[in-house]
Design a protein. Sequence first.
Length: 280
Amino acid sequence: MNQTPQTTQSTEHLDPHHLDPDKLSAFIDGELPPAEQQGIERHLTGCHACTLRVLSATQLKAATARAGHRFAPPPEALTRLTAQLRSQTQTQPQLQAETKRTARIYSMPSLRPAAWAALAAAILLTVSLLAWRQLHQTSTLATELLDQHLATLSTGAAPQVISTDRHTVKPWFQGRLPFSFNLPDATALPPDTTLKGADLTYLNGQPAALLLFTIHKHEVSVFLTQRATGPTLTTLPGTRAGFTLQTATTPDLHIIAVSDVNPADLDLLVASLVHAQSLA
């Protein structure tokens, strides 16, 4: 019996309508112009193959970032370098006096520029390290948010509490979190928005509630943390790897929503959660 041989090469790599690897990587890193970025987002809404490739590549980048954080300089590095520069500054007069005694080559005016250069280098180093720490913390938080959201998309993932009833989800967190929160009634949620369940998680080392919603069949992860001990949200990017990160604050809570749904629909969900916190 004659059988038609099966090709082992995926046709998606030959199809010009699919994303090429360079374009995919640039899209995930947010390096494309806004118009081109939006065009790819529209393409992903109708291309299952490219969506899976973006999801896989994003997970790989997240894992790589976490591995890289293991070798990040410790916070004490700034303290050690500052102390070393201060020690060098203190010994400078002694070196100057010895130089005068031995050679008289360097005059006081010629030493002053060197001192100013050392001071400028110390200031530049301090500012650079502080900026690096801020950028590192921002990148780490955004990666952690996206990584946890991607984990909820796994076929084997299941919430710790599965319910569309806020009267079931909210009491489940009592005794598990050092803070409380309100959930809007189903009728107060935006159109075609459904509560799926919730998880107890940790964000930036602090306990957090992870609420799971769907909007037009798009999965949404909403993180609630205590404002007093929660992460700083002002430095979070608005988008990351094709996902929107929407943030809001109340007197007691930080709210962070992550999804690939239309940003306007995500804003409506976050607004309903903010409004629920003002209800008794």
